[in-house]
Write a protein that binds this ligand. Structure first.
Ligand SMILES: [Fe+2]
Ligand SMILES: [Fe+2]
Length: 420
């Protein structure tokens, strides 16, 4: 445990202690039956554990736990709600790295603080507005700000880094609203029908869990398949190792800068990661040739986009947006391959991919040509704009290069080292 992490955990402990004393002292506890306490804790515990499928859907499970907290916030005093949340959200899931005591303690304190603060916020807003819906909305926002803020701080304190991107925020806002909606429905159901509503909600969650699980399994299979293909491409062509992965990264940056919708951008990035899979059908001699290619050899290489397309088109999990792969070597002026498509007839994703693909070739060089400098790359992109590349996309790429977005790549020194 690093010193930074120790200080952070101590601060959270201090916050936990003072906050619990504050809640207990100023809001006290409401008389409640042992059965009620047991019932609500058990419901929360079950909602947390039957939805905890695996790491990848933590956020989804989080959105299911909070709605179960809504009726608890309304029924009990903040201190009691926080205690119920602390016990009810204990996780039975086996940890890969075994039981880590400070992680367990941090999670318990964190849920106490977030649930207690959300519950307190609910009380205050309800007291001022007398509108439960508004009070729940405020409580949900407080819950997510504290929860994500504390997780962010603990990751930073333990030396890790967490990417907070725009899509992270949009995802978070979506979860806030889903939680708010589900929680409000559950609360009103509870008011009307009482405790059985919890049982039906649990049953509902249990049923949809299988659907969610199937979806996640499918997404994992796509990732595994993509990674296997990436390995095959890298093994086949050592010199360009990491090329597809890098092109995917540039594609993501460019799509974000151009304001492309998340689902479309994801599709283009996924294709970018395997765009040269067809090269497994090109002979090693041609791929590793250090001299300029003969016309015949070049024709051989040109077949890779069509071959990649044919290879993947019958795999249901992989054939989404394959036309992007098929046309990634088309030129804006119609002089590319395999079909000589022109201008906006070329799929948008292929036009993005073409710029990023060329950018990687220029920054890393090839066996037959050396890496280029930042200035040379800008000049080359300008020169090929409207010829090889879509002028708007090339212009955006130049803008990003000028802004220094890719400076770490230039600093990596491929060009300066004279690697060719
Ligand atoms: Fe290619
Ligand atoms: Fe490529």
């Amino acid at each position: 445990m690093t010193n930074k992490l120790k200080y952070f955990l101590f601060s959270v402990f201090f916050l936990f202690l003072s906050f619990s004393l504050f809640l207990y002292h100023f809001h006290g506890i409401k008389a409640l039956s042992f059965f009620d306490l047991l019932f609500f804790t058990l419901m929360l515990f079950l909602s947390n554990n039957i939805t905890a499928l695996d790491h990848s859907i933590n956020q989804i499970s989080m959105s299911i736990v909070l709605p179960f907290l809504f009726p608890i916030m309304a029924e009990f005093e903040p201190f009691q709600a926080a205690v119920i949340a602390l016990i009810g959200t204990c996780n039975l899931k086996k940890r890969e790295k075994g039981f880590i005591w400070y992680k367990f303690l941090f999670n318990r304190m964190m849920i106490f603080i977030t649930a207690g603060a959300a519950s307190l916020c609910f009380r205050i807003v309800l007291g001022h507005t007398n509108t439960p819906v508004l009070a729940f909305l405020a409580a949900t926002i407080i819950y997510f700000i504290l929860n994500n803020g504390l997780v962010y701080l603990v990751i930073k304190s333990s030396g890790g880094s967490q990417n907070i991107s725009f899509s992270y925020f949009t995802q978070l806002i979506k979860i806030v609203f889903i939680s708010f909606f589900l929680g409000t429905v559950l609360y009103h159901g509870f008011l009307k029908f009482g405790k059985p509503v919890f049982l039906s909600a649990l049953l509902f969650v249990y049923i949809i869990k299988d659907f969610l699980y199937a979806k996640i399994k499918m997404l994992n299979s796509i990732t595994q398949l993509t990674e296997s293909f990436l390995k095959i491409i890298d093994l086949k062509d050592h010199y360009t190792e990491g090329h597809c992965e890098r092109v995917a990264r540039y594609t993501e940056t460019l799509c974000t800068a151009m304001g492309i919708k998340r689902t479309k951008a994801e599709q283009i990035v996924n294709i970018a990661r395997i765009h040269d899979i067809g090269k497994i059908n090109v002979s090693d001699e041609i791929l590793k040739s250090s001299s300029s290619l003969t016309a015949e050899e070049y024709n051989e290489i040109k077949k890779h986009s069509l071959f990649g397309y044919q290879l993947l088109k019958n795999i249901d999990l992989m054939n989404n947006g394959l036309d992007i792969l098929l046309h990634h070597h088309e030129h804006y002026d119609g002089k590319g391959y395999p079909e000589g498509k022109k201008g906006t007839d070329i799929p948008f994703g292929s036009r993005i991919l073409a710029v990023c693909d060329a950018f990687d070739v220029m920054t890393y060089g090839r066996t037959y040509k050396p890496a280029m400098s930042k200035e040379e790359i800008i000049q080359e992109l300008e020169r090929c704009s409207s010829r090889q590349f879509d002028p708007i996309i090339a212009g955006k790429m130049i803008e990003l290069i000028n802004k220094g977005v890719f400076d770490d790549i230039f600093r990596a020194g491929r060009y300066k080292a004279g690697i060719s």
